[in-house]
Design a protein around this ligand. Structure first.
Ligand code: FES
Length: 115
């Protein structure tokens, strides 16, 4: 399966999301320690850009209305966000950060507050 190269691990600053636009995707690439997470950059609540958000633990806080998502699952964890944000399985090859080109996005189906 072919992969989409996003950036090198060394391009990532811990706790500072990086906006990567590639092949029609607009992604926020987030380094948390030695882990890397990739989510859609577009907040599901409105026009917020999640790459401009702040990280609090594993929660990315959208700077538009201060809603939040778990970067591990995409689950909305702070209202007003209600709809999960798309997450991508990260593949690493040496220092390269990639996602599978045809991978199904791992999306949390549960909406905030619906159980
Ligand atoms: S646009 Fe992101 S919380 Fe409203």
């Amino acid at each position: 399966m072919s992969r989409i190269y996003l950036c090198d691990f060394e391009d990532l600053t811990p706790e500072e999301p990086l906006l990567v636009e590639v092949e029609g995707l607009e992604l926020a690439v987030i380094r948390k320690g030695d882990e890397v997470f990739v989510i859609d950059n577009q907040c599901t609540h409105g026009p917020g850009s999640l790459s401009e958000g702040d990280l609090d633990g594993y929660t990315i806080i959208c700077d538009f209305h201060d809603g939040g998502f778990d970067i591990r699952t995409g689950e909305p964890v702070i209202p007003p966000c209600m709809v999960p944000v798309r997450t991508y399985e990260v593949e690493r090859d040496a220092g390269a950060i990639m996602i599978a080109r045809e991978a199904e996005a791992v999306t949390c189906a549960r909406k905030f507050g619906s159980g």
